[in-house]
Write a protein that binds this ligand. Structure first.
Ligand code: PGA
Length: 259
């Protein structure tokens, strides 16, 4: 059975108290999965900045299986006059090993562009954090037949500053914008098509087969998990809404693999 990565993007949700409660619930709900965690299943959560330390503390004090920890964004540089930003050393101090880069909400709501995303990708490797690179088309782009053109630009610009070995370590997450938070997931065939195409493109960009990891994200939940995660080009899920409760989050894996 392939290894599944189940990553929970909490977005602007979960206070410190809710985060601490989540971790205790996670330890209980993940108990039956303890034997597969780390081997067949890798779980990570991405709380908001203000809850990272609470997550870290809970991970050290609660006994039982725990997820890996990541942040939802980061800025380049270690410190300096960048009001409102947080650096990689600050995230590492909170126990983060991963960081989401280029989520569509940052691209579309907060105006984050490809040149900055590329710099963030480079900074992650310079400082030792694994980037989870999000990419995907809007409904308008899909309907205009421009989805692959848009995604090719997003992917090529993000990996341009990376070596082939670095590109191989990135966790890529295909998230069609029209499927995020809408309840309307891509079909398994649509997601498979893009994930398989992405792997070919990234291998071509790296100059060799680099065994890329590509997640699908966009309205993933227990009821559609088996169909999506069974597709051979899909290596896991980046989950928003369904990741806010440990039980519904982990149900995504058990729906795929059986409990
Ligand atoms: P969703 O969000 O699962 O709530 O659609 C996914 C994401 O934006 O990562």
């Amino acid at each position: 059975m392939k290894k599944i990565r189940l990553y929970g993007n909490w977005k602007m949700n979960m206070t410190r108290a809710e985060t601490t409660a989540f971790m205790s619930e996670f330890a209980r709900s993940a108990k039956p999965l303890e034997a597969v965690m780390g081997r067949n299943l890798e779980v990570a959560v991405f709380p908001p900045f203000t809850s990272l330390w609470a997550a870290n503390e809970a991970m050290r004090s609660v006994s039982g299986p725990m997820p890996l920890l990541g942040a939802q964004n980061v800025y380049i540089g270690d410190h300096g006059a960048f009001t409102g930003e947080v650096s990689i050393p600050m995230l590492k101090e909170c126990g983060c090993t991963h960081v989401i880069i280029g989520h569509s909400e940052r691209r579309h709501i907060l105006g984050e562009g490809e040149p900055l995303i590329a710099k963030k990708m480079r900074a992650c490797f310079d400082a030792g954090l694994i980037p989870v690179l999000c990419y995907g088309e809007t409904l308008e782009e899909r309907e205009a037949g421009r989805a692959f053109q848009v995604m090719e630009r997003q992917l090529r610009s993000a990996v341009e500053p990376l070596s082939a070995d670095e590109s191989a370590q990135v966790v890529y997450a295909y998230e069609p914008v029209w499927a995020i938070g809408t309840g309307k997931s891509a079909t398994s065939a649509e997601a498979q098509e893009v994930c398989a195409w992405s792997k070919r493109l990234l291998a071509e960009a790296a100059g060799r087969d680099i065994g890329t990891t590509v997640l699908y994200g966009g309205s993933v939940k227990g009821s559609n998990a088996k169909e999506l995660l069974s597709m051979d080009a899909i290596d896991g899920a980046l989950v928003g809404g369904a990741s806010l409760k440990a039980e519904s989050f982990l149900e995504i894996y058990t729906a795929y693999a059986g409990s």
